[in-house]
Structures are given as structure tokens and as C-alpha cells.
Design a protein around this ligand. Structure first.
Ligand SMILES: Cc1ncc(COP(=O)(O)O)c(C=O)c1O
Length: 391
């Protein structure tokens, strides 16, 4: 640190030049992220209320009430009446919280406890296992990329404490057979968590758009909690994830008293202490402003672009879609060329895409428009021509 500070003008110039390598969503070339440019209302509200710390709830009582309203609105989207929960830092924190809750609920069990997750589960469950000394048992998928229910049944032992299903997998947007998993969880008295970090804001709207969509909501009786992330398809600012518990009792399983807070003694049931009240207010404002119809319109556009890209890929030679997209996540593979080679060439052409074992993942977020996809398809065709010519 220098002795003397920089003027704001000089600082702005320096910062701009130092940020040159950062990609921005408005370039239209980020096709591999599950985040997007936040809605302008969310950014505006976030900056206006940036000082609020909801980790000291007594200081921001009104913001606390609006957090309850956020939980109520998202619970009702997931068909739950009296849900409890929190706006947290993201899907990772929400998933870790769910596993923490499951662990505490099963404290009486001795030995190393086990959590059963699909092979497709997000790596936040590995973090949870590592943090809490739990064994994360990964279950193979079927040919439709859903968790294999028969293998789940066989994996359950006396040490199993929780079962996880995914509604919108990170790699392909697939939805696990939630009802079957719920039945298994209930039969064995297991905590059942659904990771709908991405799919939670998409799946509830698909039926109204005339699309076939698995229904994943709290009407499925065995579900104890769900992750749903406003900073993904909710179009809010980072950080904003959400955990919804079926009831207050479950949410309170990890509650710890904090006596010294300046707003008065209180309790925390999240991993982080100081929490962004501005995030809560941004999420609340967007839910109120967009309503279901606003989100439906956004999702319709994302799905239209996704389905149209999937059709174009099917028409191209030497590339295929991994599965017909369920939500706005598309896997592209090739039987002729290594996908790692295609991905390398796409990145060289400045496309930000994700590479998974065996496929390239494209996520059609609200910042991706048809004209961006036209450019992407042109570049992909050129790359395939190069590969055919052995270049
Ligand atoms: C299904 C799923 N769950 C959880 C997460 C983790 O979310 P975050 O990066 O907000 O912690 C992701 C991230 O992509 C995800 O796809």
C-alpha cells in the first residue's frame, strides 16, 4: 500500500485498465455461465441498500421481514405454504446448509455418516462432506442421465443420513426422478434435499409455456428442503442463493444463538455471519416487480433460443446434442472429433463455454440472444470444417 492515496480519476483509469481481461455478459460470448447480467432493478436496489447487514437482524428489522416475504414467495412458487429459510450466498451455501441440517438431525447415529448423491450432483456436496467428515456416496446415472433409483436403494446402509436429488443438473439440466427418490427417503426415514439451484426458477414455468417439464415441488411429501438461486435464473445480483425448508423446525436444526449483536441478542442459522441485506432487497424487489408473468416471459425467450440451437445442432454434421434439452442447458458432443479439441478451438475464437467429460455445455441465459447464437453456430461450422481438413 502506498503512503499517499490516488485521486478518484486516476484510480478509475487504473482500475479500468486492470480489469481489461474480465469478460462481461453484454459481449454475448459467455455461453457457459449459470449467472447473468442482473436485472437493472436488482442492481439499482442493491447499490442503494448496500450497507445493510442482515446478520445483525435487530438493526434491520424491516429487511428481516422482507426476507420472510422472499421465502414466502419462493415457497409458494414451489407449492409450499409455511416454508422457512434464508437468502444465502449461493447454491453452495444452501446445499451445505441442507447437509448440515441432515447431519444434526441424525446426530444419534454413530460412525462416519453417509450422504447419497447422484454422480451428477454439484461439487458443493463434496465440500459439505469434506467439511463435516461425511462420506459422499455417488450413484451412477442411467442412460437418460438421471440417478439410477435401483442403485440408490442398494447404496442405503444403517449409516445413511440423507438423500439428494437434482432438479436441473449442472452439466445437462436433467431432473432426477424426484417422486421415486422421495418414496425411498420416506421409507428409510432419510433427510431428502433437492438441489434446484438452477432449475428452481425455470421448471415451475415450463408447463404454462406448453413444454413438457417434470414437476418438482413440495407436493412431493418426502422433500425436506430445496435450494433455489436468485443469482442464477432469478436474475438478481451476486450473492443470492436461497434455501427453503419444509418447516421452521427443520430450519432451526442448525440455529445458534449470538449474544453480542448490536441490534440485540439473536440467532444465526446460516454459515456466514454478516449477510447482505441488499441481496435480500434486490431479490424481493425483482419477485414483486416481475411476478410470475415477468419470469415466464424471460424463460420463454431462453427456452426458444435453447430449442432452436438444439435443432440447429441436430442438422449439423459431426456434432450431436447429448439429450433433448429439458431446460435452458444444452450438451453438445461429437462422435467424430474429441470435444476437448472443439472446445479449445471455440475458446480460441473467444467463446466462453464449459467443458464436461464428453460434452460442451451451453447455458442459454437471459444475456444470450439469437444473434449471438448465429455467430456461435458460424464459428462452430468453421471449426468442424477445420477439423475435417485435419487442421
Ligand atoms: C445445480 C447446482 N447446484 C449448486 C450450484 C452452486 O451454486 P453457487 O455457485 O451459487 O454456489 C450450482 C452452480 O452452478 C449448480 O449448478
Amino acid at each position: 500500500m502506498n503512503e499517499l492515496g490516488l485521486s478518484i480519476d486516476l484510480l478509475e483509469k487504473e482500475l479500468k485498465s486492470k480489469l481489461q481481461k474480465d469478460r462481461t455478459f453484454d459481449s454475448g460470448r459467455i455461453l457457459g455461465s449459470m449467472c447473468t447480467r442482473p436485472h437493472s432493478l436488482a442492481s439499482d436496489i442493491f447499490t442503494r441498500y448496500i450497507e445493510k447487514n442482515i446478520g445483525d437482524p435487530g438493526l434491520v428489522e424491516s429487511t428481516g421481514l422482507l426476507e420472510h416475504e422472499v421465502i414466502k414467495m419462493l415457497s409458494s412458487l414451489l407449492l409450499l405454504k409455511n416454508g422457512a429459510g434464508y437468502v444465502v450466498t449461493g447454491g453452495t451455501e444452501a446445499n451445505i446448509l441442507a447437509i448440515w441440517t441432515a447431519r444434526n438431525r441424525a446426530k444419534a447415529k454413530s460412525g462416519i455418516k453417509e450422504v447419497i448423491v447422484p454422480e451428477s450432483a454439484h461439487f458443493s456436496f463434496d465440500k459439505a462432506g469434506d467439511l463435516m467428515g461425511l462420506k459422499i456416496k455417488k450413484i451412477r446415472l442411467t442412460s437418460s442421465y438421471q440417478v439410477d433409483v435401483e442403485k440408490v436403494k442398494k447404496a442405503i446402509t444403517a449409516k445413511t443420513i440423507a438423500l439428494v436429488g437434482v432438479a436441473g443438473t449442472t452439466s445437462l439440466g436433467v431432473v432426477d426422478p424426484v417422486k421415486e427418490l422421495s418414496d425411498i427417503a420416506q421409507e428409510h426415514n432419510l433427510y431428502f434435499h433437492i438441489d434446484a439451484a438452477f432449475g428452481g426458477y425455470v421448471l415451475p414455468f415450463l408447463k404454462d409455456l406448453g413444454l413438457k417439464a417434470p414437476q418438482v415441488n413440495f407436493n412431493v411429501k418426502g422433500i425436506c428442503s430445496m435450494t433455489i438461486d436468485p443469482h442464477k435464473m432469478g436474475m438478481s445480483v451476486i450473492p443470492a442463493g436461497c434455501i427453503i425448508y419444509r418447516n421452521r423446525e427443520l430450519a432451526d436444526t442448525v440455529r445458534l444463538g449470538v449474544p453480542y449483536l448490536s441490534g440485540g441478542e439473536n440467532a444465526h442459522a446460516t454459515i456466514v455471519g454478516t449477510r447482505s441485506g441488499a441481496s435480500v432487497l434486490a431479490v424481493w424487489s425483482l419477485l414483486r416487480h416481475l411476478g410470475k408473468s415477468g419470469y415466464r416471459t424471460i424463460i420463454r425467450r431462453c427456452m426458444d433460443v435453447t430449442l432452436s440451437l438444439a435443432e440447429s445442432i441436430k442438422q449439423m454434421k459431426d456434432v450431436e446434442v447429448v439429450i433433448d434439452p429439458v431446460i435452458n442447458v444444452l450438451g453438445i458432443t461429437s462422435h467424430r472429433f474429441p470435444v476437448s479439441e472443439i472446445a479449445k478451438k471455440l475458446r480460441k475464437k473467444d467463446w466462453a463455454i464449459s467443458l464436461f467429460p464428453g460434452h460442451i455445455r451451453i447455458v442459454i441465459m437471459p444475456h444470450v440472444y439469437p444473434e449471438h447464437i448465429e455467430r456461435f453456430k458460424d464459428d462452430l461450422e468453421k471449426i468442424l470444417d477445420e477439423l475435417r481438413e485435419g487442421k
